[in-house]
Design a protein around this ligand. Sequence first.
Ligand code: SAM
Length: 500
Amino acid sequence: MSHKEEYGDYQTPEQFTKVVCEFLFYKKKVRPSCVIEPTCGRGNFLKSSLIFNASQYYGIEINEKYCDICRRYFDSRYVKIINSDIFNFDFTHLVGENILIVGNPPWVTNTELSKLNSANVPNKINLKKLKGIDAITGASNFDICETIILRLIQSFKFSNTHIALLCKNSVARNIFCEVKKGKIGFTDFEMFEFDSKKIFGINASCCLLYIKLSPKSISSSCEVYNLDSPNKLKSSLDLIDGRIIPTLTNNIDNFDGSCCFEWRQGIKHDCSKIMELNFQDHKLINGKGEIVLIEKDLVYPLVKSSMFKSPIINSFSKYVIVTQKKIKEDTSYIEKIYPLTWKYLDDNNSFFNKRKSSIYKRSPKFSMFGVGGYSYSRYKVGISGFYKTPLFSLLVSNTKPVMIDDTSYFLSFSTYNDAYTSMLFLNSRRVQGFLKSISFQDNKRPYSKKVLARLDFKKIVEKISFSELQETEKYLNLDPFITKELVQEFKKLVFSCTRD
Ligand SMILES: C[S@@+](CC[C@H](N)C(=O)[O-])C[C@H]1O[C@@H](n2cnc3c(N)ncnc32)[C@H](O)[C@@H]1O
């Protein structure tokens, strides 16, 4: 990662800072007495914000060269440029009436920074108190931009400050969650989406996030617009029972609740060259192109997220070595029971040593994550977290449990019939409509474990009729298999489930 990437140093073109400031001035009628640009870089937002004719301007920036550029350009009586790390800067002395905070904080994730051992991170990185397991599965990966905006909100809450900052849509939604949960007062919370390809040459869904804070404890929903057509509401979001929900439209069924079955994420090993094997000409070949001759016992069929292409997956070309039955299990048993497998793994130990995450360093040799009794269930229904249209696949092999990778999620069943019936319910038109309505297509993983855990099977089995399941079978090009008896059995399972 370069210095530029580490500091999220992508200056906003002046043409665009002008569009944003004019929008705030003319459309939002913002008339601040003081303008602050945190992480101001070369000061393009400060330049365009001269339109506000405020009595005081502040720019805070870590890069000394940029501070000098700004100081040469602006009149120091009105525009104060402060060379400081934003994470050590105390904003409270700037809090006052009628302030505008405008700009573009760096877009870089804590995971990208930690790979670099970068010091450009806030002191309290666990601001949102994410659990250890989230760190392992990547759920705690968040943008530094998000931390900066949350800090600004913390400093300026209880005032009537306007916050207008560029960020990813996912960051804006997380901020909305935090602000609502923290009961921080605001009168407006709006996302104005723009074309990041056109402005920054990058593919990311992003917006101008506009928040008008309020000293009173009031709030509203989050409204989403296009910056090009700011009068046309695209959608609105709300926080209900701790979850962010696009406001449901009338023709979408509400299957929202808590799933009686536990959604699991697939296995994670970060060593695909050695652990993943392709089955070619009756031979297992590893990522180095070598033929691998090992005992078959620890080799399992593998479905990766790009392979979720049909409703039933029962033939496999990819396999994975699974070294453990549960997390942290001692792996030394492999040496005694499966000497060829152990030798193969040990010969390739250097690949395991290259695994960056510290979680592997504290674990037995050749450890994996996302393994447990559930990984070994014979019937699974899985989904790729990445796809835009959710397709649920029944995963079954005649010989062994099927494993899935850590970018996919699955439910485990003990019978084929229950797995098949659940796959049909999940692929039915109305469940798909509901899932799309509660997920965000611009998220890297629209169908995360969190989203899937909201599918309430009790509501689903009550509302979806037998004929809809038959229609789903036809639509998926499956031979007729579903019967009323199978549905009855599945309903019994759902209502006997004690997981809520
Ligand atoms: C995305 S650029 C935006 C610059 C400017 N606001 C603009 O919109 O053109 C992010 C800026 O944040 C600065 N930066 C990164 N980390 C910082 C930190 N910890 N404290 C202050 N500034 C920082 C970078 O040097 C860079 O100029």
